[in-house]
Design a protein around this ligand. Structure first.
Ligand SMILES: Cc1cc2nc3c(=O)[nH]c(=O)nc-3n(C[C@H](O)[C@H](O)[C@H](O)COP(=O)(O)O)c2cc1C
Length: 589
């Protein structure tokens, strides 16, 4: 083993310590406390208030030092009595110190200061213009911009809408089609349950949505009493725990589903297959957190662990899932029914598309969630390394539907760190019809990204069930902020659409967005990312990108499993399961 030669000029700490004999320097702080006690006892000036304060301090610290030496949990305190506590203190305040003094404006953890400031400014109705020019480096690889027009358009309203479930009166080709389509905003509140969010947060989000005319997704915790107070449009999320529509054994209950789904406030039903932060994991709300209000919303017993299994019990094959979709649509009285998922194995997604083709049943919408998505709490391996990011998921989903000739029947939403109007424009260019934001709206509620959602100690009352902490979140004020954030973001989107000379953000395509790929080269996204021809999957696959040629044949409408052994990492397709790699067109211009 090699050792680093020591600089002879540098004084040796060990040498210094040797000079002190075998006295362990690390005990100095504790030793000083004991010495202070002795000196103060010697002085014994009981008439002085300072003497009392100093003595109390020295005694308390000495007791702490003895306790540190005696305890067995923290080695650092046994070796550094008294002094070791500084480490815990600095660890405790590190996030704040980092956020206030160290982090740069564009460092993302997960949202940069620039992103957070934008939300705060828009939510508060403060000026959001930037002086002096961009802080981004236009010469860096990955820098993107939207091409503008020499003849910008002039639009009357920023209130961009998208029909989900088909335009009223328009023919629908799905079996038992939607009869109550929903005209949604292109920007809505993503799924976040009452339970992960506080009652006041839910109240403010829903009031904000009602004021601004956009939709609020309930999250898998179902519809709580707080969702119903202000009457904002709801997307009811039905996940594997079937909260709000379950039997005691956790299976799906038709009557309870029908009662909730037919409420006029519920505009759409979203079956949750997975979420980007922890796809394939499921979840558990510990019994201690199952309060009477949460239990009432979810239809579970108070104080008992509330489990979301990792898969659904109402269906186990793609075809069965299509029949479940049509069943929910019928029970809801014809409302749009869709599903949310984060892309995993491509053949499982293809199996769903094959089931749509085989049964003629199509969901009214699909929401693609990205691996960069948030959650109240997730295992670190899942949040960091499971699931496809939104760009790859969205591209594969959009292009598969185009290739299967189904795209016009299904609206596409997506979520994954959407904060600015450019984020929305970019995802719409990749194929989305609308975008959802979860954490963007949390920031609008006053979240400071303290990242303590899982502890119940949220400093701004957004993700806590502590009644006192949530009082800090004043509903009428924060509801205004939610409305304003939505309003100003769509105003900014309108300005982008106008600058590009278009009439609606849905007209933004990958041909409008340019990306720097090297110091000297830029490419349109349309030349970098996959674009499949309409109906291409219904014919020979030879000319299609690798992901389709490899995995489409393996998918079956009758099973989520691949039908043959999935090919290993063939040399010419190394990394082929990564959608961007396999989605790239055969040649780039
Ligand atoms: C606190 C919190 C709770 C969430 N709860 C749910 C949930 O119940 N169901 C779900 O489908 N997604 C849930 N999500 C994921 C979001 O709906 C969203 O898909 C994801 O965070 C990506 O959007 P964002 O980057 O705008 O936050 C939650 C996210 C957060 C931050």
């Amino acid at each position: 083993m090699s050792t680093i030669p020591r600089d002879p000029a540098r004084p040796s700490l060990h040498g210094a310590r040797r000079g002190l004999g075998r006295y362990p320097v690390r005990y100095s702080a504790f030793g000083l406390c004991l010495l202070a006690v002795l000196v103060l006892a010697f002085i014994h000036d009981t008439a002085s208030a300072w003497w009392w304060i100093a003595t109390a301090l020295a005694v308390v610290l000495s007791v702490v030092g003895f306790r540190d030496l005696a305890q067995t949990r923290h080695a650092i305190l046994r070796n550094y009595p008294v002094l070791g506590h500084l480490r815990f203190f600095f660890e405790f305040i590190r996030p704040e110190i980092r956020q206030y003094f160290i982090e740069s404006d564009n460092e993302t953890l997960p949202f940069s200061r620039a992103q957070r400031s934008l939300v705060y400014q828009r939510a508060k109705g403060e000026p959001d213009n930037r002086p002096f020019g961009t802080q981004l480096d236009a010469g860096l690889q990955g820098y993107e911009w939207i091409n503008h027009s020499m003849s910008p358009s002039k639009l009357a309203s920023h209130d961009f809408r998208v029909w989900i479930g088909g335009r009223p009166g328009a023919p629908s080709s799905s079996v038992e089609p939607c009869t109550q389509p929903y005209e949604a905003s292109v920007f809505n509140i993503s799924a976040m349950s009452f339970g992960s969010l506080s009652a006041n947060a839910i109240l403010a989000l829903n009031k904000g949505a009602a004021q601004g005319g956009f939709a609020h997704d309930t999250g898998e915790g179902s519809i709580s009493r707080h969702h119903r107070v202000h009457g904002g449009d709801l997307i009811w999320e039905v996940a594997s725990g079937y909260f709000g529509c379950r039997n005691d054994d956790g299976s799906f209950n038709e009557e309870k589903f029908t009662a909730n789904a037919r409420e006029p406030q519920v505009k759409m039903i979203e079956i949750k297959l997975s979420q980007g932060a922890k796809p394939g994991h499921g979840g558990i709300l510990p019994g201690t957190k199952v309060t009477p209000e949460i239990a009432e919303a979810r239809g579970v017993p108070v104080g008992v662990d509330c489990i979301s299994p990792s898969s659904h019990s109402a269906f186990s094959t793609p075809v069965e899932m299509m029949h479940f979709i049509v069943r929910l649509r019928r029970l809801s009285g014809g409302k749009p029914v869709g599903f949310k998922f984060c892309l995993g194995h491509p053949w499982e997604w293809f199996a769903l598309v094959k089931a749509m083709l085989q049964t003629g049943i199509t969901p009214d919408f699909i929401v693609v969630d990205g691996a960069e998505g948030g959650t109240g709490a997730a295992p670190v391996e899942f949040t960091d390394h499971v699931g496809a990011p939104v760009q790859e998921g969205l591209l594969l989903v959009h292009n598969t539907l185009v290739g299967a000739g189904l795209r016009k029947r299904i609206s596409l939403g997506c979520a994954g760190k959407v904060i600015s109007a450019f984020d929305i424009a970019r995802y719409m260019a990749l194929g989305a019809d609308w975008c959802n934001a979860g954490r963007g709206f949390m920031l609008a509620l006053g979240c400071i990204q303290a990242q303590t959602c899982h502890t119940g100690n949220c400093p701004t009352g957004v993700t806590t069930q502590d009644p006192q902490r949530q009082q800090a979140l004043v509903v009428p004020d924060k509801a205004e902020r939610v409305t304003r954030f939505h309003h100003h973001t769509l105003e900014a989107l309108k300005e982008l659409v106008q600058a590009a000379g278009l009439e609606h953000p849905q007209q933004i395509t990958a041909h409008h967005i340019v990306r720097r790929v090297t110091d000297t080269e830029v490419r349109l996204l349309s030349n970098l990312l996959l674009q499949v021809e309409a109906g291409a999957l219904l014919g020979p696959l030879d000319e299609l990108p690798t992901v389709f040629r490899l995995y489409w044949p393996l998918a079956s409408a009758d099973s989520f499993r691949a039908q043959e052994a999935v090919p290993g990492p063939a040399p010419q397709h190394a990394g082929a399961t990564l959608p961007t790699a396999v989605l790239a067109p055969r040649s780039s211009l």
